[in-house]
Write a protein that binds this ligand. Structure first.
Ligand code: ADP
Ligand code: ADP
Ligand code: ZN
Length: 215
């Protein structure tokens, strides 16, 4: 099962991918998370990428494609994987099709999580992320058991540098111009499935399960 989870920033891609991973035991590849980890470990690629991320801009296609290509070559991706937040541009989607073609495989489904901008603003303002494992929390809808501490690993929770009002506005506008055209691209391939992301976590996941079971 090779799937892609798409949607505007804050739609719930990371949260839903985590549930898929838990239930289907497949690796999840989140470019955003990989950039944050690279930055936290002082990796030059991460430091370069964070300059763009903090402003709410996309990291270049070249850097991002290279990162994913490297990751897909690891053996754990042979049978299944989830891509979360990649591709985000048509150039990246074409590069991905080429990488998968060279690996003798292709995507089975693209799950697109839909949400309104009001909901997205509210979610990103209240989002807190674990410094250690990247798990995401919400101050109201997904409170950690202990304030400021990750339930999964005990790591410290923080607010992402790009979850500011200005950066969120910018990310949403870039989503409209650069990422939304991908929906057409995958619709034409007949693998696009839309899911309503403006429901409680478990209901969104139940809708995703319906798609996965059919595969
Ligand atoms: P993305 O990876 O698409 O940016 P996240 O999974 O990080 O999104 O979710 C963004 C924020 O919204 C987080 O704080 C998360 O806990 C919260 N969230 C995600 N899905 C839901 C939902 N269905 N209902 C309420 N809050 C949600
Ligand atoms: P969100 O969906 O909440 O914006 P992500 O964690 O997926 O969060 O991404 C955070 C940031 O990392 C993006 O705003 C962008 O700057 C960078 N990024 C992640 N994925 C890509 C990608 N595929 N192409 C370019 N930049 C990316
Ligand atoms: Zn954690």
């Amino acid at each position: 099962m090779k799937i892609l989870v798409m949607g505007p920033p804050g739609a719930g891609k990371g949260s839903q991918s985590a549930k898929i991973v838990e239930n289907y035991k497949m690796p999840s590849i989140s470019t955003g998370q990989m950039f944050r980890e690279a930055y936290a470990s002082n990796d030059p690629v991460g430091i370069e990428a964070m300059k763009f991320i903090e402003q709410g801009n996309l990291v270049s296609d070249e850097i991002t494609n290279e990162l994913v290509k490297h990751r897909l070559l690891k053996h754990d991706t042979e049978k299944s994987f989830i891509l979360d937040g990649y591709p985000r541009t048509v150039t990246q989607a074409i590069a991905l099709d080429k990488m998968l073609g060279e690996m003798g495989t292709k995507l089975d489904a693209v799950i697109n999580i839909l949400s309104s901008n009001d909901v997205l603003f509210e979610r990103m303002e209240a989002r807190r992320v674990c410094k250690e494992c990247g798990a995401s929390y919400h101050l109201v809808f997904k409170k950690p058991r202990k304030n400021g501490v990750c339930d999964e690993c005990g790591g410290e929770l923080y607010q992402r540098a790009d979850d500011t009002l200005e950066s969120v506005k910018r990310r949403l506008s870039i989503y409209e111009t650069k990422t939304k055209p991908l929906l057409d691209y995958y619709e034409k391939q007949g693998i696009l499935y839309n899911v309503n992301g403006m429901q409680p976590f478990n209901n969104v996941y139940a809708d995703i399960e319906l798609v996965l079971r059919d595969l």
